[in-house]
Design a protein around this ligand. Sequence first.
Ligand SMILES: [Ca+2]
Ligand SMILES: [Ca+2]
Ligand SMILES: [Ca+2]
Length: 165
Amino acid sequence: MTTTSNNAIEDEFRRMDADGDGLVDLTDFLRAPRKLLAALDIPEDAPKAQALMRANETQWASFLSLGDADDDGALTADEYVTTRTSPAFRSPSRPGKGEVCQTLFDVLDGDDSGTISQDEFLRAADFLCMPRTEASSYFASLDTDNDGQLSAKEFLKAVKRFYTS
Ligand SMILES: [Ca+2]
Ligand SMILES: [Ca+2]
Ligand SMILES: [Ca+2]
């Protein structure tokens, strides 16, 4: 099992802290899902979009409850590391975690087929900062039954790996 080094977590923090003020707040935290919705042309008032944003807000509240030592509603780099290295962060029952995975799946499943096709997956590749060729092979590695579609189960396994690596 690999432990995420604090350096990697600090990099993650700096990516989230888009305005570089040394704090990550709710606006910073919601920037990524907002960008994804924009990349997928999903209006923010669509039910799928609202579900994704609500799930992220719940997730943010759990980040604060784990790491916001001074209770100011924003995380410093140190507070962020505390959140990310807390054993409760990895818990599958952490508030918002399952909801974020499920609502992310629904957003990527553009045609509501209940599975994510390679095309649907590649639409999000830019958002994942992944070159298309890499995204294609990543998709293939996630599609464990090789039917060309990611089931919710295949997808959740991937997200879970992402959040625990
Ligand atoms: Ca704080
Ligand atoms: Ca689909
Ligand atoms: Ca599959």
